[in-house]
Design a protein around this ligand. Structure first.
Ligand SMILES: [Zn+2]
Length: 796
């Protein structure tokens, strides 16, 4: 290879390999023809997504019922008998609702344990999500997969249960109902759950296991899906994040293991009005199908009773296969790398091809590149948030132009790295400099072996870079072609993480991408370091980076299909008889300003009883509004009596309008025992104490306008101090308000109670009459009765 072509050919080679990795990761092509009925067809699956996601179908909405009926019909069309499981559950974090699971069962010839295919059919409330990705995509994948399976009369030993669960979005209530109350749950050996946290990109396999993953990894490998995308590091990270899915309930409550298949790219569409069929990537849909078909065939015939394991495996995918090996190999592999490294350095020093002073300089250069790239990305992103304050509107933390920023910072980091190495103009220097990144990678792998063995496979690229050094030390030459070939494992194993980290965890960790870029650059140093005219190439990469920044800047605003999330609520306080408009928005826009005006007040007073929201959003601004007659709820105390040291209550809250949600708050000093909400006790409750965090007692998502009945006792020494928020999600459609339509480049903000008409009301125990009667019946003296009444007065 001629020297002046080295750089361009190397860059082309690297780009080619990366392109291949990208193309081979998931299906790249979706047929628009009608496939044979015996085949799984993404096109047919997408047609079902279209029907289900026609309209938002959150629990309690009319469309939710219609979707349920449609799914029953679809299952019956395939000749399956359906069952409806209906019941009220109260999730561990206080979310109450009545859910309706849709079930069907296909008998196997000799079942060991049943295989459960799972997906939820409710869409997210509050934000007009059409639920195309989340989770019509999963439902449709299962419907189409089972259809083809039955069409082929595929022989199978195990029973197959189909569960279209309800109320996943509210608190995994449907899954909880199935796991705790269905007899079928006890027979389930494995769950395949199809989910979404975005609307595009590859679907990742994420395991939920009780202890070790070894048998699950082996069985997944044996099932042999065409495009497995997964690795044990992602599983470790997934475990640390608050991303609960229905499968979590299966694992925690039922000790049942399973595989999640979830796509996460284009996070900005998640739970928004943009989660519609137009934004769902067909390739992603096809990817879900490539998991379901082979796994359904395999697991409907395999032994599902032996998937538990005490051991853990490291695993990762390559474009060609799915690799796995025991956790117990991680540390020995690190030790082998240490010895190999020390041996090579020793030989190199002995042969005088490695020199201490040059190795030392290599450390300064490499750490400099790492530091400067990391700091640039860290403060760069902070600066961008100042220049474009609208980025804060997107709570998911990944902006519409987020991919451009990943490109921008990756190329910037490469440019910085090349600049740092611009004085390494000989092979010899470059090889001396490559000792530093190898050493840093050994340290990283040491840390991984002890703290994050799931990332144990990060040692593999290091071995290949050690081989580059080995070749140099033994021959005193470098071979550019060999170096490029030895760089392939780094490209396959490490580069995807540079992109995946910010897509998965948000742009706030762009610094991580920048640092990882330099670390990978370090492993490929024998290639990059051999570039002549590094200053020139740094400039080229820098210009590419600038190009990405410019592109991002052009797409920094809002547009149709890339809408600004905003929020508006009308809150009426039934005690003070005052009303306000309020919002969660940081940046008001022409629509919110119509109601909040130019100078709204701070809304912190409204946050005294904080409503749950994923990103802990509170109300930001409020302004006084006209009082509109709404019909406040009737709160009646069906029971209000004392026995021993406990005060017993039964409270019924009945709506006097169409409502969707009740939030009940109680002073943190109140301790609740034996709490039942519409007859349900908390899922995780042990003993009689009702555990809660903060002031929230219960959030009830109303179905069919059914009242809320709360039953509990509190110690008589506790002061009764409770509040109610009653919400309907109809602010925009309610004729009493005549709210202007949002502009086409706006949409309701997700993850918060939005577009709602809210009535706040104190929950105040009835007057002393019933209480006195109770006291009389228990032969208490008037003095006792007086104390109790004074208590009641104080609480008012
Ligand atoms: Zn979902």
């Amino acid at each position: 290879m001629k020297n002046r072509f080295t750089a361009i050919l190397s860059l082309l080679f690297i780009a080619g390999i990366l392109g291949l990795i990208y193309l081979l990761m998931m299906p790249q092509w979706v047929s628009t023809d009608d496939a044979l009925l015996s085949e799984y067809s993404t096109k047919r699956a997408l047609e079902k997504v279209k029907v289900i996601s026609e309209n938002p179908h959150f629990v309690g909405s009319g469309n939710h019922k219609m979707v349920g009926e449609y799914l029953v019909k679809e299952l019956q069309k395939m000749g399956l008998e359906t069952q409806i499981q209906e019941g009220t559950t109260l999730s561990d974090w206080g979310n109450l609702t009545k859910s309706k699971n849709i079930l069907a069962r296909i008998k196997g010839s000799n079942s060991s344990k049943a295989l459960l295919l799972l997906s939820h059919y409710d869409s997210a409330p509050h934000s007009y999500s059409h639920g195309a990705s989340d989770d019509a995509s999963g439902i449709a994948t299962i419907l189409e997969g089972v259809r083809a399976f039955l069409e082929n009369k595929t022989p199978h030993k195990n029973d197959i249960i189909i569960l279209f669960s309800d109320a996943e979005e509210l608190g995994l209530n449907g899954a909880a109902l199935f796991v705790t109350q269905s007899n079928w749950a006890k027979e389930v050996g494995l769950v395949l759950n199809f989910e979404a946290r975005g609307s595009a990109g590859p679907s990742y396999m994420l395991m939920e296991v009780n202890k070790g993953n070894a048998n699950m990894v082996k069985e997944f490998t044996a099932a042999n899906p065409s495009y497995p995308v997964s690795n044990s590091l992602m599983y470790s990270i997934y475990k640390m994040l608050p991303n609960d899915t229905d499968l979590t309930v299966f694992r925690e409550q039922g000790k049942i293991q399973g595989f999640n298949f979830a796509f996460i790219d284009n996070h900005f569409n998640y739970h928004t009005a943009q989660d519609d069929i137009a934004h769902l990537s067909p390739k992603t849909m096809a990817h879900q199908g490539t998991y379901l078909v082979p796994l359904l065939n395999y697991f409907s015939n395999s032994d599902l009773s032996s998937l538990q394991s005490g051991d853990d495996y490291v695993y990762f995918n390559t474009p060609f296969n799915f690799v796995s090996y025991p956790f117990s190999w991680v540390f020995p592999m690190v030790m082998i790398a240490v010895f190999l490294f020390l041996f090579l350095v020793f030989i190199g020093l002995g042969k005088r091809v490695l020199v201490f002073s040059e190795i030392g300089k290599g450390f300064l250069i490499f750490l400099g590149a790492l530091l400067v790239s990391g700091i640039t990305a860290f403060f760069g992103w902070k600066l961008l948030l100042k220049i474009y304050p609208q980025y804060n509107d997107i709570l998911q933390g990944f902006t519409y132009n987020g991919h451009d920023y990943i490109g921008a910072f990756v190329f910037l980091s490469l440019a910085i790295s090349l600049l740092f190495y611009s004085n390494s103009n000989s092979e010899n220097k470059t090889e001396n400099y490559s000792v530093a990144p190898l050493f840093i990678w050994i340290l990283i792998n040491f840390a991984i072996a002890f703290y994050l063995p799931g990332a144990g496979f990060f040692i593999i690229p290091l071995f290949f870079s050690l081989f580059m050094l080995a070749y140099f030390v033994t021959t005193q030459k470098t071979n550019p072609i060999l170096n490029l070939i030895l760089s392939i494992p780094s490209l396959i194993i490490l580069v995807p993480f540079i992109i995946m980290f910010p897509i998965g965890l948000g742009l706030k960790i762009l610094t991580g991408s920048a640092v990882l870029t330099v670390l990978v650059f370090g492993l490929l140093l024998p290639t990059f370091g051999s570039f002549p005219r590094k200053g020139f190439w740094a400039l080229v990469l820098f210009l590419i980076s600038i190009g990405f920044f410019i592109k991002a800047s052009f797409n920094s605003g809002y547009a149709i299909g890339m809408a600004k999330p905003n929020s508006l609520l009308y809150v009426y306080n039934a005690d003070s008889k005052k009303a306000v408009w309020t919002t969660y928005d940081i940046n008001l826009d022409p629509w919110t300003k119509l109601y909040l005006g130019e100078n709204p007040k701070d809304a912190s007073e409204l946050n005294q009883n904080p409503l749950f929201s994923k990103y802990k959003s509170g109300f930001t601004y409020s302004v006084e509004a006209n009082v509109i007659d709404l019909g406040e709820p009737t709160i009646s105390f069906l029971k209000d009596s004392i026995a021993g040291s406990q005060h017993y209550y039964k409270i019924k809250i009945k709506p006097n309008r169409q409502v969707n949600r009740y939030d009940v708050f109680a002073n943190e000093n109140m301790t609740f025992y034996n709490l039942k909400a519409n007859g349900a006790t908390a899922l995780d409750q042990k003993g009689s104490l009702y555990e809660r965090k903060g002031k929230k007692l219960v959030s009830y998502y109303v179905v069919d306008n059914e009242p809320l009945e709360l039953q509990f006792s509190i110690p008589i020494t506790d002061v009764f101090d409770m509040d109610l928020m009653e919400s309907s999600f109809d602010l925009v459609s309610n004729p009493k308000f005549r709210i202007a339509k949002r502009l086409p480049w706006m949409m309701p903000m997700p993850f918060v109670l939005n577009d709602a008409v809210v009535i706040q009301k104190r929950i105040v125990p009835s007057n002393g009459i019933r209480k006195t009667e109770n006291l009389k019946s228990r032969n208490l003296t008037p003095k006792d009765s007086l104390t109790v009444n004074i208590d009641t007065l104080i609480t008012k």
